[in-house]
Design a protein around this ligand. Structure first.
Ligand code: ADP
Ligand code: MG
Length: 500
């Protein structure tokens, strides 16, 4: 299979001011891709939902083997199907008429037994003619990747060596991760694929000097894809399926809206029947309203009720810390000590500077941690993620570059060193939490129904207000853990199912 060897020039964004002032956002050229990677999704304002008939779809919930591997129990998905195309949800992968090569990929490589709920409901809509567009929302960790990867692999004609499926993702990490899933699942299909991300080496051949892309599936970030298209190296005239992962961010005003729309329009011009799939765990009302208008009129939709979005599987806690130093003490003396053997941990910070400072403080104290943020060069980013994936590192500090989509089943603990705040917040008196980013961060633990816990480190009145708003928004109570009470932390981890 082809590997990406070409790419864009690497970015060099200026070091941001310390928290809480958000990083300067530049909308120019390649820098846009990197900066917007850490941007948050747009804020919500309520608008009326679709007036189509809403059918509650249920699937056969056979007794599951182990409680530990359950899907989120609140996965109550509402489907709005357009027209009169009947769809039956699939209780087995065989129900989907997949090729024997794909079935083998699912069972042998992926070791999946049966479709998750979102897969059971969405796959018949994706795979069956007339291949309508689909907007699909489902919980973090519920298996959305498989929906669109199977969609892409099934729709590609193996005999035609041209790009037929295109998937656009917000970050290079998610691109690489989705590509790994596609190559594993599609191992026996012989389908070729290529990543469209900024080059991992400065001496890589520029796109202008490269041969046109022949790979049948292309997965990439919007800046690079747009660039390849404008250099006429990525032809889209034979494209059958276009996917946006983390679609709400891809189409949000303060996300990748401009690039995504440009790519979509370009494809539409030459290829009006290309199927468009939009996937995310979050679609706030503004984005929901907008995306419904960007896809074809007779599209199908799947949505989760807002109040059912917070993942019950991941227990949420808050710790009041008098100052920054005590946040670090809470992490090392309590969470690391007590949670030593509970799995891997991601610590989310708001800014690149915060990532650097926390990293330095923990390393100076003798802890082995790594950190990732958009300002690192690509090789470094890839290396840090790989080490974490391989289990060589247990603790990863990250900006919101990994808040969405990152799938590592061993992550059981998430620490919000800083709470996520909307980028517009600096212009308002009272900062607004970024609810979507909060949900996505929490969703890095508890993958596919596994257990998990999140500790929110609260410092001062500002954070208290933010936390209260988050609790109100999701209608959940976040239990307080006393800063210096060992028993409290133990109780919390036990309650989360992470300690005996
Ligand atoms: P999402 O994109 O919905 O957040 P992912 O697609 O990343 O979730 O899937 C989360 C995890 O669940 C992955 O590790 C994936 O391998 C696993 N998974 C997905 N579908 C199944 C299935 N049908 N059976 C078992 N595990 C699954
Ligand atoms: Mg995902």
């Amino acid at each position: 299979m082809a590997e990406s060897t070409s790419g864009d020039s690497s970015n060099s964004n200026p070091t941001p001011p310390p928290a809480p002032v958000p990083e300067h956002k530049s909308w120019a050229d390649v820098a846009e891709e990197e900066v917007a990677e850490e941007a948050n999704a747009a804020s919500a304002s309520s608008t009326a939902a679709s007036s189509l008939n809403v059918d509650e779809l249920t699937i056969d919930e056979k007794k599951k083997a182990t409680k530990f591997l359950d899907e989120p129990e609140d996965s109550n998905i509402q489907a709005v199907t357009s027209g009169d195309t009947p769809y039956n949800s699939a209780s087995t992968f065989e129900d989907l008429n997949l090729s024997p090569e794909l079935l083998k990929g699912l069972y042998v490589e992926m070791k999946f037994q049966k479709p998750s709920k979102i897969q059971a409901i969405s796959l018949p809509m994706i795979l069956n003619p007339p291949h309508k567009d689909l907007i699909a929302q489902a919980h973090n960790g519920s298996g959305k990747t498989t929906c669109f990867v199977l969609g892409m692999l099934s729709r590609v004609d193996p005999k035609m060596q041209v790009p037929q499926a295109l998937c656009i993702c917000p970050t290079r990490e998610l691109t690489i991760q989705n590509m790994e899933v596609l190559r594993k699942m599609g191992k026996y299909t012989g389908i070729s694929s290529e990543c469209a991300i900024p080059a991992d080496s400065r001496d890589a051949l520029p796109i202008s000097k490269r041969a046109p892309i022949m790979a049948q599936v292309v997965i990439g970030t919007p800046g690079t894809i747009k660039k390849w298209m404008s250099f006429k190296k990525l032809g889209v005239s034979r494209l059958k399926i276009l996917v946006f992962d983390e679609a709400d961010q891809m189409l949000a005003e303060d996300g990748f809206k401009d690039n995504s729309l440009r790519i979509m329009k370009e494809i539409e011009k030459v290829n009006p029947h290309c199927q468009v799939l939009l996937f995310s765990a979050t679609f706030n009302d503004t984005v929901k309203n907008f995306v419904s208008r960007t896809v074809k009129k007779d599209h199908n939709q799947l949505f989760v009720k807002k109040e059912e979005l917070s993942l019950e599987a991941v227990k949420q806690y808050k710790v009041n810390c008098p100052d920054e130093l005590s946040k670090i003490e809470v992490i090392k003396d309590y969470i690391f000590e007590i949670g030593e053997n509970v799995g891997q941990t991601i610590i989310f910070v708001r800014t690149r500077n915060s990532a650097k400072m926390l990293h330095k403080s923990l390393v100076d104290l003798g802890y082995e941690v790594t950190s990732i943020q958009g300002a690192l060069d690509n090789e470094e980013r890839d290396k840090i993620v790989k080490e974490f994936r391989d289990g060589l590192t247990q603790v990863l500090i990250s900006t919101d570059v990994l808040a969405r989509g990152f799938d590592q089943q061993q992550v059981n603990l998430v620490i919000n060193y800083d709470l996520p705040v909307k980028y517009t917040a600096e212009y308002t008196r009272e900062p607004e939490p970024d609810y979507e980013v909060y949900l996505h961060r929490v969703g890095r633990a508890g993958r596919f129904g596994r257990k998990g816990a999140v500790f929110n480190l609260i410092c001062g009145e500002r954070d208290e207000n933010l936390m209260a708003k988050i609790e109100r928004h999701f209608g959940t109570h976040v239990t307080e853990v006393q800063e210096k009470n060992v028993e409290d932390y133990k109780r919390a981890l036990k309650e989360a199912g992470l300690l005996q």
